[in-house]
Design a protein around this ligand. Structure first.
Ligand code: PRP
Length: 183
């Protein structure tokens, strides 16, 4: 185990098992539909690559990079879009937004608003982790690998602290000393 971790929360085997289950659900739900998966960089890149390789359907893939202002105003102006997708990517498609974690829910709440009006037939959210108790806006992901993720500093499998630990194969809880040092 990486010495900066307090404990492993989800092992790579547990993650793989959950990702397979999600992929098979999506495969069933979207059979015969024109699907685009949009991964939200950077956190979702590992989850998305494992997920889409197990969904046996034709689809297109794209990426966005966004962040929310935090406690912003109730408008789409609360979203910072660093990398967008072309409207052609979404128009007429069943869109699945792929995220690593839903925390306050703000990022996805504003992202869904931002993408409205671009002609998606349906829009769903697929997340690896869900910190339900942290939610401050009305946002419920349609697909989730791990519900009720504890309110701890989780890293690994794409998730970072100060851009580190994304490459770890398991998801672990960071030792408080590590992030306390940076304050
Ligand atoms: C994380 C995560 C979501 C967002 C969730 O991204 O990937 O996009 O925060 O938080 P929220 O529900 O409170 O809005 P982050 O800004 O850390 O960027 P990263 O994906 O590049 O790590």
């Amino acid at each position: 185990m990486n010495p900066d971790l307090k404990k492993i929360l989800y092992t790579k085997e547990e993650i793989a098992e959950r990702v397979t289950l999600l992929a098979k659900r999506i495969e069933k739900d979207y059979a015969g539909k024109d699907v685009v998966c949009i991964g939200i960089l950077k956190g979702a890149f590992i989850f998305m690559s494992d997920l889409v390789r197990q969904i046996d359907l034709p689809m297109t893939l794209d990426f966005m990079m966004v962040s929310s202002y935090g406690a912003g105003t109730e408008s789409t102006g609360a979203l910072i879009v660093k990398k967008d997708v072309d409207s052609k990517v979404i128009n007429g498609k069943h869109v699945i937004i792929v995220e690593d974690i839903v925390d306050s829910g703000r990022t996805l709440y504003y992202l869904k608003k931002y993408l409205e009006g671009r002609g998606a037939v349906t829009m769903a959210v697929c997340t690896l982790l869900n910190k339900k108790e942290r939610r401050v806006v009305d946002l419920t992901p349609e697909y989730c690998a791990f519900e009720d993720t504890p309110d701890e500093f989780v890293v690994g499998y794409g998730l970072d602290y100060a851009e580190k630990y994304r490459e770890l194969p398991d998801i672990g809880v960071l030792r408080p000393q590590i992030y306390a040092k940076a304050k």
